[in-house]
Design a protein around this ligand. Structure first.
Ligand code: F6P
Length: 367
């Protein structure tokens, strides 16, 4: 293989779906077919590689999918070959099935594998690369929590949904003089809450990186009420927690690559505000609406740039690398380096400073 040309491309989408995945698949497949390469679409992420589920992709498969949400290949956040859940007598046992993944990779004669996914997928890709798989990573996640790239596709679309939801909640908040709490996704990073909250005019933004004080939250809504603005919008990241408090999870599912399923903080924050201020409060959990539907124009463009650059890396045999946005350029970084650091919101980030400057509270006295 060392001197031979790349002919057979494998492509898979792993982890949670997000807007822009199909745009990447198209961005990889169209140029690959134009270059006379074969593209094998693997179903349901690494799960399909372990279980041997794939089919060849043709131009007709990727035509008209640019604006379509989800992924035509299917995805899974339970298919980690190194951490494969097997149910025996009603109990979950974790086994290593990376050999099966490598076996199918060899049987399908894949010269270059393009893995589109978030943190979990990049960790698996790194381990696969160390087993000898020729792999290229493409970073996706609505959470935008990968340090190695300035932005992941999917984030902009999720932020647009949050912003739109806040606009809608605004009208009920002001008509009924209520506190409206919205819980948004993002796992352990506050980017969706921060950017969505900023775009949608939230009065309070609570994020995991800045543990909040209850008193500061109550004070903000009461002060707004007393000043004549008889409503407040509170945007809470699912991973947000009070100072000295814990993250709230709704389930622990051992079958998932990351077993912790976050959720519930929005309801908790709404109850605490209502109990401690006497103000009428409601909460909304935006959930998977943030991951659904058509990608924004920004995400379509970023995803297309990522896909077309990934196939170039594959042809040049730049394996073990992940495409990344640096400023306005698409570059590549070693997957190994990409997974070593999570990108979290810093209290001095420009978006935090801008939010503070327009009066947003992060639920702390002095930030
Ligand atoms: O990582 C993307 C994400 O949407 C997170 O923001 C969220 O915590 C998680 O996935 C939800 O996962 P699931 O769809 O498996 O419930």
């Amino acid at each position: 293989m060392a001197s031979s040309k790349v002919k057979q491309i494998g492509i898979l989408t792993g982890g949670g779906d997000c807007p822009g995945l199909n745009a990447v698949i198209r961005g990889v497949t169209k140029p690959a077919l134009d270059m006379g390469l074969n593209v094998l679409g693997i179903f349901d992420g690494f799960e399909g590689l372990v279980e041997g589920r794939a089919r060849e992709l043709y131009n007709k498969d990727v035509s008209g999918i640019l604006s379509r949400g989800g992924t035509i290949l299917g995805s899974s956040n339970k298919g980690d070959p190194f951490h494969w859940p097997e149910e025996v007598d009603g109990k979950i046992r974790i086994v290593d099935r990376s050999k099966d993944a490598m076996k199918n990779y060899a049987a399908w004669k894949i010269d270059a594998m393009i893995a589109i996914g978030g943190d979990g997928t990049m960790h698996i890709s790194d381990q696969m690369s160390k087993l000898g798989m020729n792999i290229i990573g493409v970073p996706k996640t609505i959470d935008n929590d990968l340090e190695a790239t300035d932005q992941t596709f999917g984030h902009d679309s999720a932020v647009a949904v949050v912003s739109d939801a806040l606009d809608r909640l605004h009208t009920t908040a002001s008509s009924h003089h209520r506190v409206m709490v919205i819980e948004v996704m993002g796992r352990y990073a506050g980017w969706i809450a921060l950017n969505g909250g900023l775009a949608g005019g939230a009065d309070i933004i609570l994020i995991p990186e800045i543990p909040f004080d209850w008193d500061a939250v109550y004070e903000k809504v009461i002060r707004r009420n007393m000043s004549g603005k008889r409503f407040s919008l509170v945007c809470v990241a699912e991973g947000a927690k009070p100072r000295n408090g814990k993250i709230i999870a709704k389930a622990n599912d051992l079958k998932r690559t990351d077993p912790v399923q976050l959720g519930g903080v929005g309801e908790y924050v709404a109850k605490m505000i209502s109990d401690n201020t006497g103000l009428e409060t409601r909460y909304t959990v935006l959930g998977h609406l943030q991951r659904g539907g058509s990608p924004t124009a920004y995400d379509r463009i970023l995803a297309t740039k990522f896909g077309t650059n990934a196939i170039q890396l594959a042809v040049k045999k730049q394996f073990g690398r992940m495409v990344a946005l640096k400023g306005s350029e698409i570059r590549s970084v070693r997957i190994e380096d990409a997974i070593s650091r999570q990108k979290l919101v810093k209290p001095k980030d420009q978006a935090v400073l801008a939010a503070k400057a327009v009066g947003v509270s992060f639920g702390v006295e002095n930030l």
